[in-house]
Design a protein around this ligand. Structure first.
Ligand code: MN
Ligand code: MN
Length: 461
């Protein structure tokens, strides 16, 4: 054999996915990305993603989960976790005792939540005080257009949904930064300290109400909120309002190969799961799609992946077949669908290039996350990686390997460890992202599309 032949048969030979797609696959990729853009533009919070999934699922014949309900192969069921997370299932032809195939993503993203008492005035400017949620570089959030999203549980018990800043006719909101001319002291600080959490105050307005006394600008803002939404200041005590980057997903690059948007992490995987599930009719094993909340702060809380909500759903389905939940979990598989760090040639020093995911090389399979000596990682077994390798290869999915940066460079986690704690074999996989957790993140269209194909292959495995 020649060296070329040996190289071909013995060595890995990764190729840019864009060189592998047929013209028809290209078209399907573009159509898929248009669908994804509609979703990401409509869903900037976990509540919006959950509401979107419920609406789409119901239109496709999914029925709400009821404990004690009977189930048949092909039944489509969803379980809405208090409007903040959701699990959906398509019942398979095999018994639940043989396990379920799960794809689990999260639909919360880093952002700036309003504090419980947010409204104040200083220097004749009205502001909201915020408390950031998830891991952000605080210096990235001033001087960009922001939108207000969320709900208010009003005094009379009615719930109001608010979105301000997304319609072209809406005003946007903004955090200010210091002018460079007077930034001598600020520029000496580290990036971590240049903008502090208590400086992430959002400008609401500057016009004073005509009248006597103090805080007339704040009073004017409250008057506007009252006229439009019937709000009084104490309504903020029972609200979930958050500031997110305003605006829509855009194509990036002269070749339009990338997509820029707020919150690709992890709605790019959440949408991949949903789009794939909606194409599944009656799988062999029951297919389960999870859109979880609170991943960015540790998968905690009633809507996070550590919550018993998931047990209640699967146990309810198992009960209909007289199957023990523990037997179902023991035979189940979970693709923890979460984004990875794409190799960034601007910052090569943080990655082991040979083991890092790259844009356009397909869905990134991650054996372990964690930090230091794999601390906190689920660390998938050889068998689990083998299952994913075989399943994706058989389905013709373009995929690659991923690790989260150089050894001892930093780290992170996903819902994988919490799924594995349930005695479910779990592997991480997802879309490589540039500028992860920045207000606007970048992904490659090809990787979005291949992640959807990977989810479909797992559901049908
Ligand atoms: Mn994530
Ligand atoms: Mn994240």
């Amino acid at each position: 054999m020649t060296a070329d032949e040996l190289r071909e048969s013995l060595l890995m030979n990764p190729k840019n996915g864009l060189t592998l797609l047929s013209a028809q696959e290209r078209e399907e990729m573009e159509r898929y990305c248009l669908r994804y853009r509609e979703f990401i533009d409509a869903c900037k919070t976990e509540r919006e993603a959950t509401a979107w999934a419920v609406k789409k699922a119901e239109a496709l014949g999914y029925k709400p989960f009821q404990p004690g309900m009977a189930i048949q192969p092909g039944d489509k069921i969803y379980y809405n976790n208090r409007d903040k997370a959701i699990a959906l299932a398509v019942v398979g032809s095999k018994s639940l005792a043989e396990g379920v195939n799960i794809c689990a993503a999260h639909v919360d993203s880093p952002r700036m939540d309003l504090k419980p008492n947010p409204l104040y005035e200083d220097g004749e400017i009205a502001y909201f005080k915020t408390h950031y949620y998830g891991g952000i570089k605080k210096y990235q959030w001033p001087t960009i257009p922001l939108a207000l999203h969320g709900v208010v549980y009003r005094k009379d018990g009615t719930v109001l949904t608010i979105t301000i800043g997304e319609d072209d006719n809406d005003p946007v909101l903004m955090v200010s930064d210091l002018l460079i001319h007077l930034s001598g002291d600020q520029m000496q600080k580290t990036l971590a300290k240049g903008i502090t959490g208590e400086q992430l105050n959002v400008i609401l307005g500057t016009e004073p109400l005509d009248g006597e006394g103090s805080d007339l600008v704040k009073l004017n803002i409250m008057k506007l909120l009252n006229e439009k939404y019937g709000l009084i200041e104490s309504d903020f005590q029972s609200a979930e309002l958050t500031m997110v980057p305003a605006g829509r997903c855009r194509e990036v690059g002269l070749d339009r190969s990338l997509l820029a948007a707020y919150g690709h992490d992890d709605r790019v995987c959440a949408y991949a799961e949903l789009d794939a599930l909606f194409a599944v009719e009656t799988p062999d094993k029951t297919a389960v799609c999870i859109l979880a909340d609170k991943e960015e702060i540790g998968s905690v809380g009633i809507s996070g992946m550590q919550s018993q909500f998931f047990e209640r759903f699967i146990d309810g389905l198992c009960a209909a077949q007289g199957v023990k939940l523990a037997d179902c979990f023991a035979n189940s598989f979970c693709l923890s669908a979460d984004v990875s760090n794409a190799y960034d040639p601007n910052f090569p020093e943080v990655s082991d290039k040979r083991n890092n995911s790259c844009l356009n090389y397909g869905v990134a399979i991650c054996k372990y996350t964690g930090s230091r000596g794999k601390s906190g990682a689920s660390d998938a077994s050889a068998e689990a990686m083998g299952h994913v390798r075989t399943t994706l290869n058989n389905a013709g999915v373009i995929w690659q390997l991923a690790t989260l940066g150089k050894v001892d460079q930093g780290g992170g986690g996903t819902v994988a460890a919490y799924m594995a704690n349930r005695n479910i074999v779990t592997v991480d996989a997802g879309v490589p992202v540039l500028s992860m957790h920045a207000p606007i993140e970048l992904v490659a269209k090809l990787d979005c599309y291949e992640t959807m194909l990977a989810c479909k292959a797992i559901y049908l495995a």
